[in-house]
Design a protein around this ligand. Sequence first.
Ligand SMILES: [Zn+2]
Length: 110
Amino acid sequence: MSNKNNIKTRIKKGDTVEVIAGEYAGNRGKVLFIQPGRNRAVVQGIAMVKRHMKARSQQEPAGIIEKEGSIDISNLKLVCKKCDEPVRTGYKILEDKNKARYCKKCSEII
Ligand SMILES: [Zn+2]
């Protein structure tokens, strides 16, 4: 029995999120991509890790670059632009039958 595929995430690429737990708590950034199978997300400017790069060409010499590492999605919360803080979100069906994500605090569609 595995619930791995049933993990619901309300966070998607391009969202602005705040880290609510762990080492990077309090940081905000934009979601660059989601790793659904691992339930992790990569957020711009957060959890930077140093990586050693091999020289690929003369234009790209060897060196150390900083790149975003992934963060557990459960440590992230969506930031409502209107409330300007991490909020709880819900889903509702609009009149045009589209599903919309909304802020549970101010009801704004986000
Ligand atoms: Zn809000």
